[in-house]
Design a protein around this ligand. Structure first.
Ligand SMILES: [Zn+2]
Length: 335
């Protein structure tokens, strides 16, 4: 039996729960059942803090959903992402000392605060501006500023990585060799090739292209899911995506740039931490066959051989190259 002190009867009494449906809160339509304790003796409502607290949690939870209000968990995640304290966040946003603390404890943010939180959580560049501004105006220390800035560099890199993968990923078709772009396969493959041959930005594209096309010829599937386009010196990764891949996904290899005359030579060195277990035996055979054939050829020589391929001759610059051309490869890797 549930009992509580009834202020009306001025005595502890049994009570029952009556449910009340709330259909509107702060102008937003919603449906939340709140529980109201009723004294069994006088039939009047009794206020029980624990029950009321549960009602509010349910109501605020629903309200957050329908009104798109930042939740305490979102706010805490956001602070953790940039490794900033509640105090630092209020200083950056120039808000009252305890605001973030209250919001994280469940208080509903004012609508202008909520709008701003939504914006900075969605657009890091805007948050970055706020941080710069707070530092210039002396609201945060140099130490805080440097700490947060470092996180930005990381998160911007993460964003670029995501964009790069997005732009290179397409539904399976004859242009990606019926495989979705797979960055793990690409980086492990580059790490492996770089371990076996002198690899530069220029011959990288040809190695990848011949490996993918030779594999397609044998298995009707590419190894990496890369889409290639025809370009002056031979096939290259679509939209020159090798630049982003080399810049942002370099945990399996190092990129070393040296100036030679007016040219920048981009050499790729393996970190020797590649994992070939993501490829099957037939794929590894193709990879090794192509490496064996081109191992001692100069970038220019490989480029010239690629120009003999129908894939190169029959397409115009920047055209995507269909993997169907793999069936007519002039280069023979199986002998
Ligand atoms: Zn009563």
């Amino acid at each position: 039996m549930l009992t509580a002190y009834c202020p009306n009867c001025q005595k502890k009494h049994e009570y029952v729960i009556r449910e009340n449906l709330i259909e509107n809160f702060k102008g937003y339509p919603l449906k939340v059942k709140e529980e109201i304790p009723i004294c069994s003796n006088c039939n009047k409502e009794i206020f029980i803090p624990e029950v009321e607290e549960q009602n509010l949690i349910k109501l605020y939870g629903e309200y957050r959903k329908v009104a798109n209000i930042v939740s305490p968990a979102d706010l805490i995640d956001f602070r953790n992402r940039f490794n900033i304290s509640q105090r630092e966040l209020v200083a950056i946003l120039n808000w009252g000392k305890m605001t973030v603390n209250r919001y994280e404890k469940g208080a509903i943010p004012s609508s202008s605060h909520n709008d701003l939180l939504k914006i900075i959580m969605k657009d890091e560049m805007i948050f970055k501006e706020k941080v710069e501004d707070a530092f210039k105006k002396g609201r945060i220390t140099k130490k805080s500023y440097n700490k947060i800035k470092q996180k930005f560099n990381h998160s911007i890199k993460d964003m670029m990585k995501k964009l790069c993968i997005q732009s290179l990923t397409h539904t399976e078709s004859e242009y990606n060799g019926y495989r979705k772009f797979d960055i793990d396969r690409v980086t492990n493959l580059i790490g492996y090739i770089a371990d076996k041959v002198e690899l530069y930005k220029t011959n990288l594209n040809k190695f990848l292209w011949y490996i993918d096309f030779e594999n397609f010829k044998r298995q009707i599937r590419s190894i990496t899911g890369i889409q290639y386009m025809r370009y002056t010196h031979g096939p290259v990764i679509e939209e020159f995506g090798y630049n982003e891949i080399l810049n942002f996904f370099n945990d399996k290899f190092k990129v070393i740039e040296t100036e030679r005359g007016n040219n920048t030579i981009t050499k790729i060195e393996s970190n020797k931490n590649y994992d070939l277990s993501i490829f099957d035996d037939d794929e590894i055979k193709v990879i090794n066959d192509v490496i064996a054939k081109f191992k001692d050829m100069s970038c220019i020589a490989i480029s010239q051989r690629s120009h003999k391929e129908d894939a190169w001759k029959e397409n115009s610059d920047k055209d995507l190259i269909s993997y169907n051309y793999a069936m007519d490869l002039k280069e023979n890797f199986s002998d």
